[in-house]
Design a protein around this ligand. Structure first.
Ligand code: COA
Length: 572
């Protein structure tokens, strides 16, 4: 356990024994089952709180800049071409017409920013999860203001991740197609490999086989490979004079046969609705196309709980004792600025109620049960290095939750450097730790319950794998803007470099260079630009994001599956 954490844990222990705050006192009568974690800030936290807050405000500034960049899409002239010359709606306006409300969990909004081939706002394709007729659906919507909606390598990655989320959580999928196909100058990074463009169609086929409904709306160009998206979806809507579907466009026809054809004649909505049969619904304009889509979704075989029932449940939920804004002072500027992670937990969970598991063992990992907007979850939160005892406890808790079908929430803030072995005693400890961490990784990987990871601080080394990092396939993985993602944190490279006697000037320079590079490459924005996560979320919005994610994960229970119907027949 690091120095600060140890001090504060002790401080809270004494506090809970000797003093009861008025808030806890008042709430004792309401206590149902789980004990309340009433952990306010103390004067001793002041300098850490303030340093974290300053850092959070700087991160917020960057977050706001990135959001602005994304909202501007391909820029003024592209927007004018899209809306005035091509007479199409902007992608966010399309979503507004489709969705029930503003509640839209946008996925990886910063993907595509700061890449070697430039800034590609929204990676040219907006993805996210929103509701139609009360049903959460995944949306993949090309933004044609960004280079005609063409697919860059990052676009393909973003589309595939959205489809994977649809598959893992069994969510209906809606494609808003408006794309010029592959971005040709980067074709070698889009076309040939397993997780390149072709995978989109493979996933479409798999989703159909798994009875995950897919609807496509052709509201723009749909050329070459893109033409298979609407053709492979179960139901397709196409908008007159805006949508076109063809493998090769009019210039290609002219080059090959000398014939002059219009896009409408070659692959317009009339042709595909009346002659080829590639689409199922002809819409005169975009608004009508989205009305069709909403109607199609309302025919899917889901039985959602009654609205009144849901409203009653929500009313019964308690807010955390302390404001979520305080999370800004808890988001660690660096590892040494981490406070007791229970302070974070208490600001995220219903009524700050937390039933801790093995509270006195392996205390550098906090484990226990809580509710988030009524959803029961098992929480694992780093509170120092993932020691031998902590990793054993982690495995135990993960298996327990798996047995009870309780979703897991990982709050990740892992140690910045690799464990050193300066003595035999330490070597033995590290070997034991290795075995226990390996067991925890196995437990996490093989647990069949849904998993959500939020990186609230560091995401480094093997500790991050055991805490359900990206490679361990969590249903969702979000980052706080202060998060650092790298094999080892900046300033800790020496633990990884070979020790070669006295350090000479050249070695020192190398180390400095590596540290500078790590500092740049470990930022949450660098990570999110490359889609190593599902998006940067603000600490104060985390509770709401978790609520949406848990609601979304739960929805599959309401799909009336063929298995159920078959067993009903058997009973007859
Ligand atoms: N690869 C690379 N760049 C492309 C592209 C492609 N496949 N398709 C379009 N672009 C670029 C254009 O060069 C233009 O760039 P600029 O803004 O820097 O000038 C930008 O995207 C917008 O294209 P533009 O033709 O000006 O816009 P539009 O709205 O009139 O038409 C399309 C958009 C997509 C219908 C049209 O560009 C088109 O048909 N593209 C070719 C599609 C194709 O054959 N794809 C095959 C891929 S395998």
């Amino acid at each position: 356990m690091h120095r600060y954490t140890a001090r504060f844990v002790e401080c809270h222990r004494q506090y809970s024994v000797c003093h009861m705050s008025s808030a806890a006192g008042k709430r004792r009568a309401l206590r149902s089952a789980f004990p309340v974690l009433d952990l306010p800030f103390w004067p001793i936290h002041k300098h850490i709180y303030e340093a974290n807050l300053r850092n959070s405000n700087a991160c917020l500034k960057k977050y706001t800049e990135f959001r602005k960049k994304v909202r501007e899409g391909g820029g003024e002239s592209s927007i004018a071409r899209h809306t005035q010359r091509n007479r199409k709606l902007l992608v966010r306006d399309r979503l507004r017409l489709l969705l029930d409300d503003e509640d839209f969990l946008e996925l990886s909004p910063f993907a595509g920013l700061g890449l070697p081939y430039g800034d590609i706002p929204s990676a040219g394709c907006l993805t996210g999860i929103g509701r139609i007729s009360g049903l959460w659906c995944v949306f993949l919507a090309n933004d044609a203001t960004v280079k005609g909606g063409t697919a860059y390598p990052i676009t393909v990655k973003k589309q595939l991740r959205a489809q994977e989320i649809a598959i893992q959580n069994r969510l209906p999928c809606v494609y808003l197609v408006d794309s010029g196909g592959a971005f040709l100058p980067l074709q070698s990074e889009i076309f040939p490999d397993k997780n390149h463009g072709g995978r989109t169609f493979y996933y479409e086929a798999m989703m159909s086989a798994m009875k995950i409904p897919q609807v496509a709306v052709v509201c723009g160009s749909c050329t070459a490979g893109g033409a298979y998206i609407p053709t492979m979806a179960e139901e397709t809507v196409m908008v007159h004079q805006i949508g076109t579907i063809f493998l090769g466009g009019p210039p290609l026809v002219k080059a090959a046969t000398g014939e002059e054809v219009t896009p409408e004649m070659l692959g317009g909505a009339r042709l595909h609705a009346e002659v080829s049969g590639c689409v199922d619904h002809f819409a005169w304009e975009e608004k009508e196309g989205f009305d069709y889509t909403r109607n199609i979704i309302s025919t899917l075989n889901f039985q959602l709980p009654e609205e009144e029932e849901e409203a009653k449940k929500r009313e019964a939920e308690e807010e955390p004792l302390h404001s979520s804004e305080e999370l800004l002072g808890l988001a660690p500027k660096s590892y040494n600025y981490s406070l007791d992670v229970k302070m974070v937990v208490s600001r995220l969970v219903d009524g700050s109620r937390f039933l801790e598991f093995k509270a006195r063992y392996g205390t550098s990992l906090v484990t226990g049960f809580a509710k988030i907007h009524g959803h029961l979850v098992g929480i694992l939160a780093n509170n120092g290095e993932l020691s031998y005892e902590a990793a054993l406890k982690g495995s135990h808790f993960v298996q327990l939750c798996d047995q009870r079908d309780v979703p897991l929430l990982f709050l990740q803030n892992t140690a910045p450097g690799a464990a050193l072995t300066p003595s035999t005693k330490r070597a033995e400890m590290n070997s034991n730790r290795l075995k226990a961490q390996g067991s925890m990784m196995s437990a996490v990987a093989s647990a069949s319950v849904p998993k959500i990871t939020v990186v609230i601080g560091g995401c480094h080394g093997a500790d991050s794998y055991a805490m359900c990092g990206r490679a361990f396939d969590p249903n969702f993985l979000f980052l706080w803007p202060n998060a650092k993602v790298s094999v080892t944190a900046p300033g800790h490279v020496s633990s990884l470099l070979p020790i070669d006697g006295e350090q000479d000037e050249e070695q020192k320079k190398q180390e400095e260079k590596l540290n500078r590079r790590l500092a740049e490459e470990s930022s949450a924005f660098f990570s999110s630009g490359r889609m190593w996560d599902d998006g940067v979320i603000l600490p104060q919005n985390t509770r709401k994001v978790l609520r949406d994610a848990l609601d979304i994960i739960k929805q599959q229970q309401y799909q009336l599956s063929t298995e159920k119907r078959r067993s009903a027949f058997l009973r007859m």
